[in-house]
Ligand binder design. Structure first.
Ligand SMILES: Nc1ncnc2c1ncn2[C@@H]1O[C@H](COP(=O)(O)OP(=O)(O)OP(=O)(O)O)[C@@H](O)[C@H]1O
Ligand SMILES: [Mg+2]
Length: 505
């Protein structure tokens, strides 16, 4: 075989010209000790707080504690195969997750890995998990409503786009149900929804996903799940990851709704991590900065100014209380950060008042500005009326004889309580809610037996939708309670009462 020296020389020359030397300088450290989802690493002296690091088994970690001689790393993944002496690479970037349209309709873990078996998320867009919330100058007051479709809430504790409304109550009182109904009601409203499940049973998350799918809500929803069996760091990071995905839409002028279900479990996960990192424990053994953990999260829900596109993130954080104890550490913290709370109570829930909201202590601090005119008009005073009714009811139980005026007020109260009950997965439009509440508060249901109120309302709305569809569409297009509309409502309800047969069916 004969070699052509010119040929060899030209090949070599080409190779040399194309040689592109990339020096990849990355800091590398060594694992000193590992356990319980955290690792102590020596040698990462230049690492940033919150920077990602990588372990040999592919697990990602987050630099959490920067100490004099070592770095405390929380491991976001499998830590059982990490050993002492393993090499840890600093990745030079802050933790980020995929974002954009590609995440919609997916069930993901807090790092953006698929949990739904539909393959990796194909997106060029990523967003940092933690950012500093927008400042005062970049925000605008909340003015547009975010309808939940639940009468009791839209009437008494209305929520606006960009607001943070806490759902708080004991276990099994319908907290998740309220949030899910709010998501279902965003269909066709141009609001992207994010349901962040923290520390829940996988079966509970699966049933939420199933409901969302059945009602067609997965078309605009992402579920971010860190179940009870996920490591504490993942549960801790989940709400920030969900918010980061929502922020993509907010900063592009869109609207998003984020549900954090629930922040009590996130606080517990954070407490676990902090104690393992030997941060000093404070009240209830939570670390001193657990308030900041929640405030910096919830401050990211906002309504942006017009200059920034006017997008918004509305959030519904959920807090579970023990025996109705709202003055425990975490509940008081989150109550003070949010713009109001929906307080659900077990006694109401078990007596059949569902949603079990207690109107006396539930408030919305900004939502009133975001209510439609019609709703504001019919629901004004409804809360006080119900509170007065509850007081009167307690009094009436003493068995004293009541004067007719008081009796009448009581009768009206019983009917209003019935009227505000609402089954799950049946959100009502604003027009329907206004018609129902108008009929109730104006005594048009006073002659309907209490037991039949729910049936009556259902058939009435059916009737109005069938026979007076123009009223419903007019009120949807222009949600005002003009004299003309009032007349039409009265006419429609009276007409229905004439054909209503009564009796429980
Ligand atoms: N408006 C409603 N009408 C009828 N049933 C309801 C209503 N709201 C909730 N429920 C039922 O009550 C049960 C508890 O509801 P849910 O799971 O929402 O409560 P939770 O407070 O989120 O509970 P957990 O403490 O497990 O998180 C569920 O079986 C749900 O179907
Ligand atoms: Mg729940």
């Amino acid at each position: 075989m004969k070699f052509n020296s010119d040929e060899i020389a030209s090949v070599l020359q080409a190779e040399i010209e194309q040689f592109d030397s990339k020096i990849d300088v990355r800091e590398v450290g060594t694992v000193l000790e590992v356990g319980d989802g955290i690792a102590r690493v020596y040698g990462l002296s230049g690492v940033m707080a919150g920077e990602m690091v990588e372990f040999p088994n592919g697990s990602i970690g987050l630099a959490f504690n920067l100490e004099e001689n070592s770095v405390g790393v929380i491991i976001l993944g499998d830590y059982l195969t990490i050993e002492e002496g393993d090499e840890v690479k600093a990745l030079g970037t802050l933790l980020s997750v995929p974002a954009g349209d590609a995440v919609i309709g997916r069930v993901l873990d807090p790092l953006g890995n698929p949990l739904d078996g539909k393959g990796p998320v194909q997106s060029d867009i990523t967003r940092p998990v933690e950012i500093i919330a927008t400042g005062v100058a970049e925000r605008k007051p909340v003015t547009e409503p975010l309808q939940t479709g639940i009468k009791a809430i839209d009437a008494m504790t209305p929520i606006g786009r960009g607001q943070r409304e806490l759902i708080i109550g004991d276990r099994k009182t319908g907290k998740t149900a309220i949030a899910i109904d709010a998501i279902l009601n965003q269909k066709g409203q141009g609001v992207k929804c994010f349901y962040v499940a923290i520390g829940q049973k996988d079966s509970a998350v699966a049933s939420v996903v199933d409901v969302l799918e059945r009602y067609g809500a997965m078309e605009y929803t992402t579920v971010i799940a860190a179940g009870a069996s996920s490591p504490a760091p993942l549960q801790y990071i989940a709400p920030y990851a969900g918010t980061a995905m929502a922020e993509h839409f907010m900063f592009n002028g869109g609207h998003a709704l984020v549900v954090y279900d629930d922040l009590s479990k996130q606080a517990t996960a954070y407490r676990q991590m902090s104690l393992l990192m030997r941060r000093p424990p404070g009240r209830e053994a939570y670390p001193g900065d657990v308030f900041y953990c929640h405030s910096r999260l919830l401050e990211r829900s906002s309504k942006l100014s017009d200059d920034l596109g006017g997008g918004s993130i509305t959030s519904l954080p959920i807090i579970e209380t023990l025996e109705g104890e709202v003055s425990a550490y975490i509940p008081t913290n989150v109550i003070s950060i949010t713009d109001g709370q929906i307080y659900v109570q077990p006694d109401l829930f078990f007596s059949g008042v569902r949603p079990a909201m207690n109107p006396g202590i539930s408030v919305s601090r900004v939502g009133g500005a975001a209510q439609t005119k019609a709703m504001k008009k019919v629901s004004g005073g409804l809360r006080l009326q119900l509170a007065a009714f509850r007081a009167l009811e307690a009094f009436a139980q003493l068995g004293t004889d009541l004067d007719p005026a008081t009796q009448k007020e009581l009768d009206r109260g019983y009917r209003m309580v019935e009227l505000l009950k609402q089954p799950q997965y049946q959100p009502l439009s604003v027009a329907e809610q206004v018609i129902s509440i108008y009929a109730g508060t104006n005594g048009m249901l006073d002659d309907v037996p209490v037991k039949e109120v729910q049936q009556f309302e259902k058939e009435m709305l059916q009737f109005v939708n069938d026979k007076h569809s123009s009223l419903v569409s007019d009120m949807t297009a222009k949600p005002e309670l003009s004299d003309e509309n009032v007349e039409r409502i009265v006419k429609a309800v009276t007409e229905f009462k004439a054909v209503y047969k009564g009796g429980e069916r």
